[in-house]
Design a protein around this ligand. Structure first.
Ligand SMILES: NC(=O)C1=CN([C@@H]2O[C@H](COP(=O)(O)OP(=O)(O)OC[C@H]3O[C@@H](n4cnc5c(N)ncnc54)[C@H](OP(=O)(O)O)[C@@H]3O)[C@@H](O)[C@H]2O)[C@@H](O)CC1
Ligand SMILES: Nc1ncnc2c1ncn2[C@@H]1O[C@H](COP(=O)(O)OP(=O)(O)O)[C@@H](O)[C@H]1O
Ligand SMILES: [K+]
Length: 491
């Protein structure tokens, strides 16, 4: 998985990498500028448009100057604006300033006539990871002016004004695209920063993943290539018992659909035998809309240990007796998947939290999470609370949303890359519960079940939205689960 570096380690990385390779920081800047322009050529082919590059005094500005040169050599029309005179800028800024071709006009930003031609592109190379304080004065005014323009806006490494791993209260560049180097900066994954980040592109500037590993052992970004090694593989003689027997408990009157969505998602994820136990006094007469799903009744003497995994909470309602939940946890006594109303039950009966089987997987959305841990001010605090919760209760806490966070009991934090906004539709969380429970029942470790469930769920959502967009519903995600195995070449 791709390490996410925070704080001082970002600066150390740069230094150690150039030392180990025996190259200059200027060479690494050139690699970064080449990686950026290669991305740019793929997205913006029209060389007639005017490109306005705003360069700060540090190495982010240096990147901007190197990019200006490369784009100009490739036939694009470039206008450069700098914030400080050359002699007050970083060494690599100065070196790239000297290298600017004569045909590029470079002007102090205070002399800018504030004109942007129709269809123009603004590239923000003002500040990157070296931001040291909130923006103010003329720089803040400049960003405000740029944000009001109709141009396409692109940020290099980070939108200027955004700290790399915390929230900000100041002015920030609003990007349509953020092209960040090597790994996502943590703050780019915060929901409250979406208007600053725009579409996130992580580009490789030549620092190997192995090299990054030494700088972060805690936070990681889950990508497509991280998934297949976490899967179990089945052979020709595998039988349905090998694929696991799973049970879903939930579905109070009026909320049966949630239970069926979880159950059917588990079948599509590969479970051998799927049962569901709706929360009805007499559930035997209930029509299950899928022939493959069995009805089950949880009685006081039912041997739940015969199940390989249990997913509990989808549409369970708010009238469940906490002692009933406790008896299920005690009788099953293995990691289980706890979602929705089961999470609400834990939140209102904290004594139950101590009884949750170790390594269970909790999947709250933001509101359910706040019921568990109290109000939070921002996503940075939410992440901290998720980490502490997972460590304290020795569970896997999956905080759902864009870039879903998987907080592990050993303190590691994994951020998901798959999925999109069209997944914000009723029942899509129930589908996730079904998928994770299915992998758990197929014999995956809780960590691998969580990672595979979250990644495949997001990928299924992406595939379903290709033709459905905002009309996508949770059942469409389920129908695309099998295709995710094809896409990832999982048998
Ligand atoms: N890491 C990598 O792998 C690679 C990194 N590279 C690039 O380097 C970038 C980091 O460069 P960097 O360290 O020079 O910092 P940068 O963001 O340019 O800003 C520092 C300057 O801004 C100033 N300043 C700060 N805040 C301010 C404020 N609020 N208001 C006003 N001024 C403020 C600060 O001044 P000071 O705080 O000292 O007063 C200093 O002059 C990184 O994001 C990436 O683009 C690539 O080239 C190669 C690979
Ligand atoms: N913008 C988004 N990007 C990626 N995934 C998203 C986005 N919005 C929602 N999702 C995913 O959709 C699911 C929604 O779950 P949840 O809120 O529990 O829905 P419900 O309660 O309706 O089942 C989560 O897995 C979440 O990660
Ligand atoms: K920037």
């Amino acid at each position: 998985m791709l390490p996410i570096l925070v704080g001082e380690s970002i600066k150390e990385l740069d230094q150690e990498f150039i030392l180990s390779k025996g190259i200059l920081s200027l060479d690494l800047m050139e690699q970064a500028a080449n990686a950026f322009t290669n991305w740019f050529y793929g997205v913006f082919e029209d060389k007639e448009v005017q490109i306005y590059i705003f360069c700060g005094p540090g190495n982010n500005g240096g990147d901007g100057l190197a990019i200006a040169r490369l784009l100009s050599e490739n036939g694009y029309s470039i206008n450069v604006f700098y914030l400080k005179n050359e002699k007050d800028c970083s060494n690599d800024f100065q070196a790239n300033f000297e290298r600017l071709p004569k045909n590029i006009s470079a002007t102090n930003f205070e002399k800018w006539d504030k004109k942007i031609e129709d269809g123009g592109i603004i590239i923000d190379a003002i500040f990157g990871v070296g931001l040291s304080r909130v923006l103010e004065g003329p720089i803040s005014d400049l960003i405000c002016e740029l944000n009001s323009s109709l141009a396409t806006r692109i940020a290099i490494d980070l939108p200027s004004g955004l700290p790399s791993d915390s929230v900000t209260t100041g002015q920030v560049f609003h990007s349509d695209h953020t092209v960040t180097f090597q790994f996502p900066k943590l703050s780019l994954l915060f929901p409250e920063h979406i208007q600053f980040t725009g579409d996130l592109h992580i580009i490789d500037i030549g620092i190997e993943d192995g090299f990054l590993q030494d700088f972060s052992k805690k936070a990681f970004y889950i990508r497509k290539q991280d998934i297949s090694s976490r899967h179990r593989f089945f052979h020709r003689f595998s039988h349905k018992g090998d694929f696991g027997r799973v049970l879903f408990i939930g579905g109070a009157p009026g909320k049966l659909g949630a239970l069926f969505l979880s159950s059917y998602a588990a079948l599509r994820t590969g479970s051998g035998l799927v049962s569901c136990a709706p929360e009805f006094e007499d559930s035997i007469g209930i029509q299950v809309p899928y022939n493959e799903i069995m009805l089950y009744q949880v009685k006081s003497n039912t041997d739940l240990a015969e199940m390989d995994a249990i997913g509990i909470g989808s549409g369970w309602g708010n009238t469940i007796d906490p002692d009933y939940f406790l008896s299920i946890m005690i009788r099953f006594n293995k990691p289980m998947v706890i979602d929705a109303d089961a999470i609400n039950l834990l939140a209102s009966n904290p004594f139950l939290l101590q009884k949750v089987p170790k390594n269970s997987i909790l999947t709250p959305h933001v509101k359910e999470f706040e019921r568990l841990v109290g109000k939070v001010a921002n996503h940075a605090e939410r992440i901290e609370k998720a980490i502490s919760f997972a460590i304290k209760y020795e569970v896997i806490l999956i905080l759902k949303g864009a870039h879903t966070l998987i907080a592990l009991p050993d303190g590691r934090q994994l951020f998901n890359s798959s999925g999109n906004q069209y997944m914000a539709t009723a029942g899509s969380g129930d589908v996730l519960t079904g998928m994770i429970t299915s992998f758990l029942g197929q014999g995956y470790t809780p960590e691998n079940a969580a990672i595979c469930g979250v990644f495949h769920h997001g990928l299924a959502g992406e595939l379903a939205s290709e033709s459905k967009r905002r009309g996508m519903v949770a059942s469409d995600i389920i129908e695309k689960i099998p295709t995710t195995f094809v896409e990832l070449k999982i048998s």
